[in-house]
Design a protein around this ligand. Structure first.
Ligand code: NAP
Ligand code: ZN
Length: 342
């Protein structure tokens, strides 16, 4: 079969490799779509540890083509989405229910072969069934949606609450939609690109802000701002110093900040500890998708999350290496790799 191989840091190419042989507990899944994510680019540049040679791609879904001898609950022909993050189940974090912090995390598309290929081997405990009539591209959004769900769970948004989302990439735009579903009635998105601001308003943002045109703190939390004194919950979904620093200043007294964006390791941000204390802010990190993949699949299956508008482009496996080796094109939200396309 064809697979995109990360052969070493800085070296990625399409290759002919053996089709995976499913173990007794595995499904052999024919990939229908696999999303390109910033993490794939970090792997290529050596900014995130992995073990090349490996096939990247951790946002995938497809059709079950064969099942291992110990598999139950799945049949050939099922459409499934895979939670790529395989926890060991044995370490102290796993036993405390923090599977996302597992010390022996073995992620599909990072530590073992993933979805930028015609087929992937998927352990049955990582697989979730999707409806047969779901558009074949939608399942690829379960993984990023699961990560956003974890952040939204941590934030404990209340109906009628106010939310700011910083960064209008796919993570920010999914978080806007989840905040709306959670009942927030003020949802403010800040992102620089006008096309993303327009899209966010269609997806549920009540108002958008251009951070390059105005002082975000003033416009949102200032005395004459959109939400004077700040909002209940701030989601940092850009992963840059500016937005991290804004996030604590945009939360109201007693509010919550959820850091979802991945800032490059070593990045420093400034805040006043007095401000955290005096205003009793909660600042939380949200990492991966512990126990949220099934709900992400349910949400996507239900049609409650707008997916089609987030798909900027679909490309073939042959085009994937070039895509991963280069920065994302301006304006694109999510690019999907669809084997067999073109
Ligand atoms: P993305 O497409 O890069 O989106 C981030 C966007 O933030 C940028 O495209 C940019 O859009 C915007 N931005 C940059 N500087 C900004 C600023 N000063 N103010 C406001 N917006 C700014 O990435 P993504 O896929 O949506 O992911 C977002 C972040 O979440 C990344 O850091 C990613 O690594 C991380 N992530 C975390 C998890 C987790 O488990 N915690 C899971 C998946 C992804 P404009 O050009 O429009 O400003
Ligand atoms: Zn573990």
């Amino acid at each position: 079969m064809k697979a995109v191989r990360l052969e070493a840091v800085g070296s990625i190419a399409i290759r002919e490799v053996a089709k995976p042989a499913p173990g007794p507990d595995d499904l052999l899944v024919r990939i229908e779509a696999c999303g390109v994510c910033g993490t794939d680019r970090h792997l290529f540049h050596g900014e995130f540890p992995c073990r090349p040679p490996v096939t990247p791609g951790h946002e995938f879904s497809g059709i079950v083509e064969a099942i291992g001898t110990a598999v139950s609950g799945f049949v050939v022909g099922d459409r499934v989405t895979g939670d790529p993050n395989i926890a060991c189940g044995r370490c102290a974090h796993c036993h405390a229910g923090r599977v996302n912090l597992c010390r022996n995390l073995n992620a599909i598309g990072i530590h073992r072969d993933g979805g930028f290929a015609e087929y992937v081997a998927l352990p049955q405990k990582q697989a979730f069934i999707l409806p047969a009539d779901l558009p074949p591209t939608h399942g690829a959004f379960c993984e990023p949606l699961g990560c956003c769900l974890h952040g939204v769970d941590l934030a404990e948004i209340k109906p009628g609450g106010s939310v700011v989302v910083l960064g209008g990439g796919v993570i920010g735009l999914l978080t806007v939609q989840l905040a709306r579903l959670a009942g927030a009635t003020t949802i403010i998105l800040s992102t620089r690109q006008a096309s993303r601001r327009a899209l966010a308003r269609e997806l549920g943002a009540t108002v958008t802000v251009d951070p390059s045109a105005a002082d975000v703190i003033d416009v949102i939390a200032g005395p004459a701002g959109l939400s004077p004194g700040g909002v209940d919950v701030v989601f940092e979904c850009a992963g840059v110093r500016d937005t991290v620093e804004q996030s604590v200043r945009l939360a109201r007294a007693g509010g919550t900040v959820v850091i979802v964006g991945v800032t490059p390791q070593g990045t420093k941000a400034e805040f006043e500890p007095f401000d955290l204390l005096f205003r009793e802010l909660k600042v939380l990190g949200s990492f991966l998708n512990p126990y949220t993949h099934r709900r992400a699949a349910e949400l996507i299956a239900s049609g409650a999350i707008e997916i089609d508008r987030l798909i900027s482009r679909q490309v073939s496996l042959e085009e994937a290496s070039g895509l991963i080796a280069n920065p994302p094109a301006p304006g694109e939200v999510k690019v999907l790799v669809v084997p067999g396309l073109g």
